[in-house]
Write a protein that binds this ligand. Structure first.
Ligand code: EPU
Length: 354
């Protein structure tokens, strides 16, 4: 059991930081893993982020930035200064002929933001409904689902550099978005804190319905021209049917990235496993369905200790109750080994393992 010593928690006066020492992070990671932060600072504004940089003690300390904790596997206590971003607010900052630009505080819930934009008559995010986590975490791993990625709806973001304390604005090219990756998972990891994100919602709205599950819904219902609300509802149904709700079963979404292989490697694997689910990419490479491979190795529904493989989607690892990060990592390694043994492919974890 971790104890929380008397916190130097402060009021939200303009000069004081909202700081707590020895803070439990169990509630702040969707896997529900135990971990204690040496120091937790809640960042309510850009000014708070700057105050941390200018603080004689905190300014020098190594930092760890926490959003919604939905892409995180905590295997130990965090001996760093954890910055929990809670900056709020949503507003339309520009109406262009071809798009609305919506500025959102990094601490807002992603899903609530998808819903809010829809309610304001600004569709475009519906394919990314129900992705857990915060708006500030969305660019970090370029979240995506059902044919749309954050980068497709991104205008720019503001961040505070944790070395200089300066505010910076980055456009999409500077964020270097890639499949579940960006500069914030690479050189800028824990070096700058995202404070606000500006989303670009194209006008007129165009539905994205090319994904198999959406085509299936269209066929089932006979609705051939769904509006954004309909797509939102379908996405919520599809996700609820096969992904566990982190409020009920701890998890961090897809645990592994879908690996990308050369055409030659893909042919070789198909030769041995003709059923393997694979998708051709524009550059001639192929993406393989990691969930299918894990399932083929017989892992669905299995557990090691208190960590398990979700019954309805083998790509998702879950906390069956009271698991710690070491158990999750042990399970992940065992899965990696059996997938490597059968397919010769090394699966890479999607969440950040600390
Ligand atoms: N499959 C199986 N068995 C399984 C799981 C999957 O046979 O246990 C097969 C499915 O039948 C399907 C294929 O594998 O043919 C791919 O599975 P699915 O369509 O469920 O999508 P995914 O590739 O597993 C990716 C993203 C998800 C995103 C969905 C929809 C990654 C790592 N995951 O999953 O993102 O919601 O596509 O776009 O890219 C996340 O990142 O946390 C996440 C949930």
């Amino acid at each position: 059991m971790h104890t929380t010593p008397a916190a130097a928690s402060s009021s939200l006066s303009s000069s004081a930081l909202d700081l707590q020492r020895g803070a439990s992070l169990r509630e702040f990671n969707t896997f529900g893993l135990p971990s204690t932060a040496a120091c937790l600072v809640r960042i309510h504004s850009e000014a708070d982020a700057k105050r941390v940089v200018n603080d004689p003690e905190l300014g020098r300390a190594a930092k760890f930035i926490l959003g919604g904790g939905s892409n995180l596997v905590l295997t130990q206590d965090i001996n760093r200064c954890v910055l929990k971003v809670e900056i709020k607010g949503r507003q339309v900052v520009e109406t262009r002929d071809d798009a609305w630009i919506v500025e959102v505080g990094a601490g807002e819930s992603w899903h609530d933001t998808v819903q809010w934009c829809l309610d304001q008559g600004m569709p475009g995010l519906e394919n990314m409904a129900l992705i857990p986590g915060t708006v500030g975490a969305a660019p970090v791993q370029n979240i995506g689902a059902y044919g749309v990625e954050l980068k497709d709806r991104f205008e720019s973001l503001d961040a505070v550099d944790l070395i200089t304390g300066r505010s910076v604005t980055l456009n999409a090219a500077q964020c270097r978005f890639a499949y579940r990756d960006s500069v914030f998972k690479q050189e800028l990891a824990n070096k700058s804190v995202i404070t606000r994100v500006r989303l670009r919602l194209p006008r007129p709205w165009q539905p994205v319905t090319g994904y198999l599950e959406l085509e299936r819904k269209m066929a089932e219902t006979g609705i051939s021209a769904p509006d954004a609300r309909q797509i939102f509802q379908w996405i919520c149904e599809v996700r609820r049917a096969k992904l566990p709700d982190p409020a009920v079963i701890g998890n961090s979404g897809s645990f592994f990235k879908n690996p990308v292989v050369t055409a030659e490697q893909c042919r070789d694997i198909i030769g041995r496993d003709p059923e393997i689910v694979h998708y051709p990419l524009e550059d001639g490479t192929f993406k393989l369905a990691a969930g299918w491979m894990i399932d083929a190795c017989g892992w669905k529904g299995k557990s090691i200790g208190r960590a398990g493989v979700y019954e309805k989607q083998a790509l998702v690892l879950v906390n069956r109750g009271g698991a710690n990060g070491a158990e999750v990592v042990t399970l992940a390694r065992a899965i990696q080994e059996s997938v490597y043994g059968r397919f010769g492919i090394r699966l890479e974890p999607e969440p950040v393992v600390v």
